[in-house]
Ligand binder design. Structure first.
Ligand code: NAI
Ligand code: MG
Length: 363
């Protein structure tokens, strides 16, 4: 079977960090590990400059046909004046919406060599490796009514509505259980069933889904506020955490600070499984943006992008062992003391984007 991969470098350092991934893809092919059918297109400001839109219909068609998309980053001050619908970020939003990428995976990995850069004490985070699975297309960010009304007496009323239906909870729970199977086999589900009806349904549906063939995975439930506390107290107790859009937004930002730098963090956004092929739509991207302040200078840290490739190998291309090799290569170059500017500390060897890419490639 061919592995269809779409590269969308985007803008700024997106282009620079994706260049390092191209070299790794070439190595993977050269070693006969996987063969890819690689396509490429413009997104964000680059697409706007060429076509007047943040992503073309032709690029969307390629995205729909791809087994996985590797996305760099979009945006920059150059496009500040562009109309709302054509702004660079609209390209990413259209991809998420049209491909229905409902599951957002945000790993928090703390490489031992960087443990001192964490917001927590070294012993709490050294070797940390957890993934937060955030529901991305439902919940309070999208439910209606969503409005501010004027009550006429100098008072206003704001309403947001949290809505979840069974199928939305079931499909995200399945993503979490399947992820846990290629990790260490544990899922913690977080909600507020004590005060929210949507939390109660979340708890019931996750529990019922677990019984439909996922009982090899160990499932725990925790109230979301308590989980937030545990995430800072003893984060290594977790493996996969599954939660709704709002709690996932907050908890994944908290988790990211356990690890060090923005330049280290990968992410994945997964869609529904295709009934015929069993494959799911997937977009992999670093958490960081296009970093206009350092763009074009060869200074960007490519590790978040490289770790995003590792996620693609693990979750889209069925090669967790190759992903593990990549993760070990990243850890090894950090152990050797190589640091881009964002993670540099006294005594370490300062390197640029391509030197960091070279070092990972060699390992
Ligand atoms: P940013 O993530 O681009 O940069 C924040 C800071 O972190 C900057 O000082 C930057 O130099 C540094 N940084 C980020 N990634 C780095 C890396 N790999 N290596 C070394 N240093 C790194 O966020 P910012 O500045 O808020 O946004 C810049 C542009 O990126 C904006 O146009 C924003 O809309 C866009 N953006 C795009 C995202 C995406 O494409 N998914 C996500 C976040 C922001
Ligand atoms: Mg956020």
């Amino acid at each position: 079977a061919t592995n269809k991969l779409l590269l969308l470098p985007g803008d700024g350092i997106g282009v620079e960090v994706l260049a390092e991934v191209r070299r790794l893809l070439a190595l993977i092919e050269q070693k006969g590990i996987l063969s890819f059918e690689i396509d490429e297109d413009l997104v964000g400001g680059a697409a706007y400059d060429a076509h007047g839109v943040a992503i073309t219909d032709a690029a969307m068609a390629k995205a729909k046909a791809a087994d996985a998309i590797l996305f760099g980053a979009v945006g920059g001050p150059k496009w500040d004046g562009v109309a709302y619908d054509a702004r660079p970020e609209a390209g990413l939003l259209r991809l998420r919406k049209d491909l229905e990428l409902f599951a957002n995976l945000r790993p928090a990995i703390c490489y031992p060599a960087l443990a001192d850069a964490s917001a927590l004490k070294r012993e709490l985070v050294d070797g940390l490796d957890i993934v937060i699975v955030r529901e991305l297309t439902g919940g309070v960010y999208f439910g209606s009514p969503k409005e501010i009304t004027d009550l006429g007496n100098g008072q206003k009323r704001a309403v947001d509505t949290q809505v979840y239906e069974t199928y939305e909870i079931e499909r995200i729970a399945k993503v979490a259980f399947e992820l846990a199977r290629v990790r260490s086999g544990r899922v913690t589900s977080a909600e507020k069933r004590n005060v929210m009806k949507s939390g109660l349904l979340w708890n019931q549906v996750v529990t019922a889904t677990h019984k439909q063939g996922y009982e090899d995975v160990k499932l725990d439930h925790m109230l979301a506020d308590a989980l937030g506390m545990q995430l800072v107290r003893a984060p290594k107790q977790f493996d996969v955490i599954v939660t709704d859009n709002l709690f996932g937004d907050i908890l994944s930002d908290v988790a990211s600070m356990l690890t060090g730098s923005l330049g280290m963090l990968p992410s994945a956004s997964l869609g529904a499984e295709d009934a015929a092929t069993g494959k799911r739509k997937a977009l992999y991207e670093p958490v960081h943006g296009s970093a206009p302040d350092i763009a074009g200078k060869g200074l960007a840290n490519p590790i978040a992008m490289i770790a995003s490739l590792a996620m693609a190998l693990k979750y889209s291309f069925g090669k967790p062992e190759v992903a593990a090799v990549l993760d070990r290569a990243i850890a090894a170059v950090l152990d050797d003391g190589l640091r881009t500017g964002d993670i540099w500390t006294d005594g370490m060897t300062r390197v640029g984007t391509s030197e960091m890419g070279d070092a990972v490639l060699k390992k």
